[in-house]
Design a binder for this molecule. Sequence first.
Ligand code: AFP
Length: 289
Amino acid sequence: MTVSDPVVEDVVATISRTATEIRQGLIGRRGTVDEENPSGETQAEADVWADELLSDRVAGIDGVGQYASEERADVVACGDDPATSSAYAVAVDPLDGSSNLKSNNAMGTIFGVYDAALPARGDTLVAAGYVLYGPITTLVLATDETVSEYELTGGERTLIERDVTLPAEPVVYGFGGRVPDWPDDFREYAREIESELKLRYGGALIGDVNQVLTYGGTFGYPALQSRPTGKLRLQFEGNPIGYVVERAGGRSSNGSQSLLTVDPDDLHDRTPVHVGNDDLIERLEAALA
Ligand code: AFP
């Protein structure tokens, strides 16, 4: 199944092919480089390499005017300005959960295609998705039309589920950050959820969100006492994941409003991220109000 917008289709096909290469190239790139990304985190060799591969390929697509990534400070201008033309801006987290390379656990590549110049609100996304490097490489893709899941083999995508929707009965939850660092109101909400759902937390947003999409439930990386704006990045993680979950029938929130309605100040803004079944996000917002 291809996407009806040819530029978006080109972006998705390019990321699918590149992700397959990224996965194969992880072997031998498990070390760190002596650099920090713009969010102040130590970069893995694989983070830098995946970003270079993706920028080379995505920035070359006709109809893409900007490329931005969690691993570089500034937006790369690579075509017509999305602010004044019909060109799109593509934002990626080249290797989400790259610290899982050390322990050989799940990680992924996240992307968002914005119909606006970056930084942009999530409600300007026209497509977003992620590649999950699990035992099988899968792509979850959300567009205005639907959410689909594909298997990726040699860069080719095979549709395995169309109209992916969040199961109505929630089963799993995963919350990031250390419990003593959680604000009291979030801790109280978390206590309730812990007694209702089953814990699944793997340290890579993509792996954890994919469990929520598969079984129903919620993922949250809340505001912390030590980090009031949370850990995750709005442009590269919060918006694309919020878009996927909302398109799949769930909700997203920064604690008080949909992630997709948050006005960004900076390309590397952080935000608390909560996604999942409607009633769980409603309870979260009520608990934090
Ligand atoms: P890395 O890309 O540095 O491994 O961070 C992954 C991540 O941004 C996100 O994918 C996880 O949900 C979250 O951080 C995990 O953070 P903790 O290590 O604090 O649990």
